[in-house]
Design a protein around this ligand. Sequence first.
Ligand code: HPA
Length: 277
Amino acid sequence: MPSEPTFPQRVEEARVYLLERLHAEPEVLLVLGTGLGHLAGMIEDPLLVPYDAIPHFPRTTVTGHHGNLLFGRLRGRQVAIMQGRFHYYEGYSAQTLTMPIRVLSLLGARELVVSNAAGGLNPAFEPGTLMLINDHLNFIPDNPLRGPNIDAWGPRFPDLSTAYDRGLLARARACARRLELDRLAEGVYVAIPGPSLETPAETRYLRHCGADAVGMSTVPEVIVARHAGMRVLGVAVVSNVNDPDNFKPILLDEIIRESEACAARLERLLLEFLRDE
Ligand code: HPA
């Protein structure tokens, strides 16, 4: 019996499969979170590749997430868009769920623009706040770089002193000012394993830890992107604000509804950001 391919072998097979189909090298990889997948419709001459056609790719299992990679031009830049992403709570290891980031980095992507729907912890936030992520806390009990380091991919101990690129943050701020976007904030994102949502006591704890927004994604992807030397911009769409002293149920339908309501503002910001290279 042939043995199971190793992770680097799986990555290589997926890379070659995509390389044979691509017309141009992607510069920027965009990962669109819950309810935020519309931007994909604006790509010129899109090449759509379903995740389930790509060898060894994980499969999406979540409502509100499509499962496609799209390639093409957006605002004059070569982009790849992940329409739907993978999460630790689906049962994937951090290494497996970040496989697309690794593959796209090896295909040439030098920038990662990552978005998500998140719960607000900062009491100054309101539903619809767009939070530029300036740092993170990893409370997922796994790290995508655990195990043997592939030196050709990146260093054993990658530095995360500025995981969220200062230059890209400045550019995003300038774009938001130019567009006169309201409800724009900046802060720390904490990734929890999920899938259960936070209790009031956990919400209080996460606030004390210094987090401004909480969600179940993004951080593993950012770790891999930084390992691969990509520059990262992260934006959290605050779909609900959690007050430990007046705690309301957190409902998936509301998360999807609010992030869809914010999608247009996020899209304007990202389109301006891409154009403004
Ligand atoms: N908690 C965790 N993840 C989330 C939330 C939340 O309140 N809202 C959207 N994603």
